[in-house]
Design a protein around this ligand. Structure first.
Ligand code: SAM
Length: 294
């Protein structure tokens, strides 16, 4: 008889094979202590291990004293691999999917595989663990009751601004993955589209040089425009639009001036109204006054 990884006895080792299923398995995002007992058991016992980059996962397994054959599953071979993987599970095998770091499917491959397994009536189960998005939310000090995950935004500024504008009115914190190289450009666009918002640049989470630098988007944009390209991995969290009461007249004017430098009166007013929660008409009138001021 096969059995699933027991939630009650996660460290129990057994000669019995794992139940046939796709096991979506999280791995650490930097600190090797952040692997779960269930993940270690699955990595040790599954019939097949799928990973993005075999070199990265071989190194990870080595940290836990494991050495297993690895099968690559990534954007370039996923189409041809999926039918084979489904056939393995249908034939009774257990298949673990890991990504280079964190939770598979979160800005990483795996969604189509999970979808196709489910469509074929094959079991899909999660072995949850680290994810940079959740670690960033945990440390950033911004509201976490509602959040919206944007993953990586487009590399071109116009497309990036359009995506940010789409979610400007959302009453939720925004979570964005970004490379250090593009951080300054992202912050400049975010400050223009979402003026006045609080934000946090969360870097190297769970690692030795972990930090969360907080401020308004304008402050952060200035700071990273002047600094050298930061090292390591980064999540940007942007807080939700503020309550109207929290915005002083001076804050509204400052946000409008910043937005008017690159936007039409209409767009600047819409962005500041969305960010502040103030009525659009009021902000538009103020934007006209700022534009026409000597
Ligand atoms: N699947 C992963 C997860 O669950 O977080 C994310 C994979 S995505 C390809 C990689 C991005 O996640 C990085 O570019 C960075 O934005 C973010 N990231 C991963 N590890 C991180 C860390 N230790 N600190 C900050 N950001 C991290």
């Amino acid at each position: 008889m096969t059995r699933a990884i027991s939630p009650d006895h996660p460290t129990e080792r057994s000669a019995e094979p794992l139940a046939p299923a796709l096991y979506i398995t999280a791995t650490p995002i930097g600190n090797r202590g952040d692997v779960t007992l269930r993940a270690l058991e699955a990595l040790a016992r599954a019939d097949r291990l799928l990973c993005e980059d075999t070199r990265v996962t071989r190194k990870l397994l080595g940290m836990y004293g494991l050495s297993r054959p690895l099968i690559a599953y990534h954007d370039h071979n996923a189409e041809s691999m999926r039918p084979k993987i489904l056939a393995w599970i249908a034939a009774g095998e257990s298949v673990v999917l890991v990504s280079d770091a964190g939770t598979p499917l979160i800005s990483d491959p795996g969604f189509k595989l999970a979808r196709d397994c489910r469509a074929a009536g094959l079991p899909v189960t999660a072995l949850p663990g680290a994810s940079a998005a959740l670690a960033a939310l945990a440390v950033c000090g911004l509201p976490t009751d509602r959040f919206f995950f944007l993953g990586f935004l487009p590399p071109k500024s116009a497309a990036r601004r359009a995506e940010l504008a789409e979610v400007a009115g959302l009453r939720a914190s925004l979570v964005i993955y970004e490379s250090p190289r593009r951080l300054a450009a992202l912050l400049a666009d975010a400050a223009a589209v979402l003026p006045g918002r609080q934000a946090a640049v969360c870097r190297e989470l769970t690692k030795m040089f972990e930090e969360a630098v907080t401020g308004t988007l304008e402050e952060l944009a200035r700071r990273y425009a002047e600094a050298d390209t930061p090292k390591g991995e980064i999540v940007l969290v942007i807080g939700p639009p503020g309550e109207a009461a929290a915005w002083s007249e001076a804050a509204v004017d400052a946000a409008l001036d910043e937005a008017l430098a690159t936007h039409s009166v209409k767009d600047a007013a819409a962005a500041v109204a969305a960010a502040s929660g103030l009525p659009k008409k009021t902000v538009y009138a103020r934007a006209l006054a700022r534009r026409d001021a000597p």
